[in-house]
Design a protein around this ligand. Sequence first.
Ligand code: URP
Ligand code: ZN
Ligand code: ZN
Length: 484
Amino acid sequence: MTRYDLILRNADIATVGDRYRADIGVREGRICAIAQGLEGSAAHEIDAGGRLVTPGGVDGHCHFDQPTSDGSRFADDFYTGTRSAACGGTTTVLPFAAQQKGHSVQAAVDDYHRRAEGKAVIDYAFHLIVSDATRDVTQRELPALIEKGYTSFKIYMTYDDLKLDDRQVIEVLATARRHGAMTMVHAENADCIAWLTEQLLDAGLTAPRYHTSSRPMAVEREATHRAIALAELVDTPILIVHVSGREAVEQIHWARGRGLPIHAETCPQYLFLSAEDLGLDHEDPMHGARCICSPPPRDKANQPFIWNALASGLFTIVSSDHAPFNMQGADGKRVAGENASFDRIPNGIPGVETRLPLLMSEGVLAGRLDIHRFVELTATNPARLYGLYPRKGTIAVGSDADFVVWDQFGEGEEKTIANGMLHHAADYTPYEGMKLRAWPGITVSRGRVVWQDGEFRAEPGSGQFLPCLRPRAPNAGNPLDKWL
Ligand code: URP
Ligand code: ZN
Ligand code: ZN
């Protein structure tokens, strides 16, 4: 009789292409059989009881224990960050090894491995943030790192300590093209933000809510268009990260219409938060800082555009952009003091644990997204985009045994989000009080049950580093051919 380590019985399995009832047999961390009435026994059997089972989430954009330049500290390290991910149904995360200007990218990678090792509880890969695109970096370091399994870069068009100018963006894109890597672009126009910030501060408009005024949609729209144009020039795909609203969506739609390979990511904050959240009346004048992230949440009228673009296929992935800073204490949102102006408040909000439940509840169960699209956006596409598919991102024989068994709640029995029930180390969630109709009941990561019945069960350090494959074939051709 066949012996497995784990059998999940009576699963209602949903992948990008299929939905069917079956049992899943797992050995040595991999799925080795899927069948109806699977024969055999296992050290551990779980009856899913007909509950929905989806691939473990792949969060293609989150920040854990990333060094900062303003004295602030991310609330989550690799232990608390990956624990939170696992309890929210995510089994693979891709945070960022961030190059500091004047330093090598390899130094950032070495440092980041030290931060992850012995702490991560689920599997992880690294994107590279390229903040100093010297010739040595683009010609030597990045190609060598791609060979070693770091096959995606993030570049910034804003933030003084990270931003590249257009020429440097082009150099990075050309490297990505030549070596088959993927480039993620943070698209906001730095000079526009600097000018608007100066005007606001001169006028004494310093409260958290003016963060939105300093980064209006036009700033994101312009940079999105410019990033698309630069990618077209170099003839290589890019992913525009954290797309926040209608006008950036329109730019991507326009690019796709021209046949350009422009991918796009959005995040729950642009579906569930709005500019109003930064300006709510509250006894704490810093209250709005909870929702400060960049690009900022837009006015509510933008939310249906993001939902529609998710359903229609315009977006490639949904990530959390988990970037948690505590509201209390001196190393989080208040790093520059009690009444710091908006431009000195760290950007970013927590969300690695709530990403999948929010999207399942308000997307799938509310009828805005079909289940296959949910799987595609949250697991399969991020795995494909970053060279982890089919090991990650699907339920198939040969893939890692990463899956989520969903609990669903009827009307009147919804689960109310409260920060106390989450497993990150941040002292708030911007989604406090939201009522959800679904939550992961069980998370399995490489065959290990890491979350079940409200209990988290993985050892620090049990997550593995994942070298990524090249998402595309290298292209040694001359990009100029297109323009001659
Ligand atoms: O405000 C944000 N999004 N913070 C995280 C860093 C980034 O740009 O993604
Ligand atoms: Zn960004
Ligand atoms: Zn981010």
